[in-house]
Design a protein around this ligand. Sequence first.
Ligand SMILES: C[S@@+](CC[C@H](N)C(=O)[O-])C[C@H]1O[C@@H](n2cnc3c(N)ncnc32)[C@H](O)[C@@H]1O
Length: 245
Amino acid sequence: MNDVSRETPSAPDVARRVFRSERLPLAERYAELLATEGVLRGLIGPREAPRLWDRHLLNCAVLAEAIPHGVEVADVGSGAGLPGLVLAIQRPDLRITLIEPLLRRTTFLSEVVDDLGLDNVEVVRGRAETLHGLRSFDVVTSRAVAPLGRLLEWSMPLVDPHGALIAMKGSSIDAEVEEAAPVLLRLGCGAPTVQTLGEGLLASTTAAVRVAWAEPSRVSWPSVPAAGRRPRGGQDARSKRRNRT
Ligand SMILES: C[S@@+](CC[C@H](N)C(=O)[O-])C[C@H]1O[C@@H](n2cnc3c(N)ncnc32)[C@H](O)[C@@H]1O
């Protein structure tokens, strides 16, 4: 990626509490790329540039509070990398797959991954639905992608039997949970829980809804042929076909 020379808002003090000292320069470089290439390529609005840290990087970084150590995460509809790239920067223990259908965006995502030297990120170009039956993850995140009902349809088939969807949501969160009740029931999801993230850290906190399977033992995953498997930390492949019984 080209060197960028436009001015980027510098990291606020709180960023030093959110990102470990050795990862902060990566977050700063990502902020710089978003404020320059990201704006130039129309991936984020020019009005977002001055408030990148507060509204985007820090807001996404606190999602890490809800994600266990060392798990495999898919970020559906990553756009310019929010929250997936922020999580990958902040949490090198996570393996992150960014799922995004638009070429312009996946090109940017791959360039940022290379520029930052991140070795825990895979970029997949496609809609989440195209991975149904092929991949599953411990955690499936998203931000600003779709109303909860539609998000559940796209994301839950990617959630491991013992995993969870964790979607960042705005002030509509309670109404969305209520409206999604029929979809939650039809898919066999457990009761959603709403979490407030960033308390005591950020001036404005972030809300996320967590949805797991109601009965993990009833979400069965027939094994796929060895050739179709993807290695994962020396364990069995995570590429499974979901078939609720
Ligand atoms: C409003 S943007 C949000 C991007 C980013 N998550 C953020 O918070 O800035 C929504 C993104 O979801 C992607 N998207 C829409 N439908 C999708 C689907 N079915 N599967 C995966 N991504 C999808 C779009 O291409 C777009 O990049």
